[in-house]
Design a protein around this ligand. Structure first.
Ligand code: GLV
Ligand code: MN
Ligand code: MN
Length: 578
């Protein structure tokens, strides 16, 4: 491998030759970007290379597509492929097709070629002969324009995979670049919002799958939308260590919440594989499809399924457009019937460890890059509907009003007041809405949410009971109806002591300092996984005053790199320390 730093400094011909294997027989692609160096990351280099192809004229694009060999075609049989193509085709089992598979491939290839005038190009990593045949059978039906852009997209994926094994960059740089890259997929043009099973969410899942494939993992997407990457062990233990976090986000989110806990392990797993290190156990990295509860108000969907705690009743939950969760899963190609089978066998599981940005200021204030989590606060969430009486803003005297928004305002203040009485307690009204409200109409209805958390379940339950009594009181006094619906109740969860110690030892080995231990006020997928297997968490310092659930959330390259070294150390010592 060559380092990115070296690549950035090479004379142009050496740069072009170093990247000559990325795009089949097409040195003009790296030639066009050589003058745009230095590249900050592999992903930045990849984007620029792809942009050069996108900006090339049609004849050049066609020449690039035509430079590719036919899959399992004559060149492959003759042994005439580039080394990269040979190993890719072999990896997908194309060098060992059955006679029927060969015949089917050859007849489809011929039909494809005569329809489009260029060979069928597919990034075969993660494919088998049967899935290659299925893709070919589908793509041969495309129109020419559509198919050319699909072929180019596949060429870009091939280059991404080849680049990962060709150019080495620091883990911190890679992790931040991958998080930044994922943030491009959003429902909102000007902010990062990625809620469950939206087109942005599907695109994010596809991109994570590609990052996992590039790291050399075996990848699949399960029935609920989790993307799972597996790094096989050496067989010493048949049990698996699980890690991961969520890839959905809140509305107008930061880039690292959840995603760090996926992309950091992917980067570390890729580095281990490239270094030829095989762990004594299999490592599974799970990108959980849903944790935040934004679209259906049902949280932890991905980790509940893996932990065997998925409640079929939530399939009826509706989003803001009246689409049921079960319907959305089916429409995305998932299958609700297959969700129970996602559950892991606790006997086959060694534990679950989650790496997460702290989302608060404790490590920042202490000047520490990482910390070990001791417990995760419990949480009760409710949605509340206040129904008053809509009326004319100019004619109804103040004393005769049943203003739903004014009642909601009292509830907001009651939550704030009650939760300020105990330092371990926090309460938030994060959603507050007058549906169909107008400037000259007394609000007849108001929707709001209440989120109450504490490290002590008893303290939290008392606060929730007190608030319910207060809300009842507000309803009576104002003559409005208030309906509360509990949408989440999770108990606080302690982290496993042995896993805490294992993290702490890794922190000490890497930093030379003893690890700071701290509780988590935020909820995490680890809470659900605790029902399945022992859990442990590593927090990474959150910059910018510790702000999170906000686009101002930041994480430094150095801290990401250090956390990656801690994780690598943890993995290497895991079997002996736990
Ligand atoms: C998850 O982000 C939470 O709300 O704690
Ligand atoms: Mn979050
Ligand atoms: Mn999170």
């Amino acid at each position: 491998m060559i380092t990115l730093t070296t690549l950035n400094e090479l004379p142009i011909p050496a740069f072009v030759s170093a990247l000559s294997s990325l795009f089949e027989h097409s040195p003009w692609v790296p030639e066009r970007v050589a003058g745009l160096r230095p590249f900050a990351s592999n992903i930045a280099l990849h984007h620029t290379l792809c942009a050069a192809v996108t900006q090339a004229d049609e004849a050049e694009q066609l020449a690039l597509i035509r430079a590719h060999p036919e899959l399992a075609g004559r060149a492959a049989i003759r042994g005439d492929l580039t080394p990269a193509s040979t190993s890719e085709q072999k990896g997908a089992g194309l060098s060992a097709c059955t006679r029927e598979q060969f015949e089917r491939l050859h007849s489809l290839n011929a039909a494809y070629n005569s329809r489009f005038g260029f060979p069928f190009v597919l990034a075969v990593k993660g494919h088998t002969p049967d899935t290659v045949i299925a893709a070919l059978a589908e793509r041969v039906t495309h129109d020419a324009q559509e198919e050319r852009s699909v072929a180019l997209r596949e060429i870009f994926r091939i280059a991404l995979f080849r680049l990962a094994d060709l150019v080495e960059e620091s883990l911190g740089t890679a992790i931040i670049a991958l998080c930044d890259d994922l943030a491009r997929y959003s429902e909102d043009k000007n902010a990062l919002t990625c809620s469950y099973l939206t087109p942005a969410h599907r695109a994010t899942a596809d991109r994570i799958r590609d990052f996992m494939l590039a790291a050399g993992l075996n990848v699949h997407r399960d029935a609920i939308g989790n993307v799972v990457g597996v790094l096989p062990g050496n067989g010493q233990s048949s049990r698996r260590l699980l890690t991961g976090s969520h890839y959905d986000t809140v509305t107008n989110a930061g880039r690292y919440d959840g995603r760090l806990g996926i992309l950091l392990p992917v980067a570390v797993a890729g580095a281990l594989r490239r270094a030829g290190v095989t762990l004594p156990y299999t490592l599974e990295i799970i990108a959980f499809a849903e944790e935040e509860g934004v679209r259906f108000k049902s949280t932890f969907l991905g980790s509940r399924a893996v932990a065997g705690r998925f409640d079929q009743k939530v399939l009826q939950s509706l989003d803001a457009h009246g689409i049921a969760l079960g319907e959305a899963i089916r429409a995305s190609g998932g299958s609700v019937e297959d969700i129970p089978a996602i559950a892991r066998d606790p006997k086959q599981t060694l534990g679950f460890v989650e790496i997460h940005i702290e989302q608060g200021p404790v490590l920042l204030d202490a000047g520490l890059p990482v910390g070990v989590v001791t417990s995760i606060a419990g949480n009760i969430r409710s949605t509340v509907t206040v129904t008053g009486l809509a009326g004319h803003a100019g004619t109804v005297p103040m004393a005769l009003r049943h203003d739903a928004a004014a009642a909601a305002a009292e509830i907001v203040l009651a939550v704030e007041h009650r939760c300020s009485t105990d330092p371990g307690l926090v309460g938030t009204v994060g959603m507050l809405e007058v549906p169909g409200g107008a400037i000259n109409v007394i609000p007849g209805r108001c929707h709001l949410s209440i989120d109450i958390r504490s490290g002590s379940d008893a303290a939290r339950d008392t606060a929730v009971a007190d608030l319910s009594a207060e809300i009842e009181h507000i309803a009576q006094r104002r003559g409005v109806a208030i309906e509360q619906r509990r949408v989440l109740e999770v108990a606080s969860v302690p982290c496993d002591l042995q896993l805490q110690d294992a993290w702490a030892m890794s922190v000490r080995r890497v930093t030379g300092e003893s690890a700071r231990r701290l509780p988590s006020g935020a909820g995490h997928d680890a809470m659900m996984m605790a029902g399945l297997t022992p859990i442990g968490m590593l927090f990474v310092r959150c910059g910018n005053g510790g702000i999170s659930h906000n686009p101002m959330e930041t994480l430094s390259v150095e801290d990401a790199g250090l956390a990656a070294r801690v994780f690598e150390d943890f993995l290497r010592h895991f079997a002996v320390s736990v």
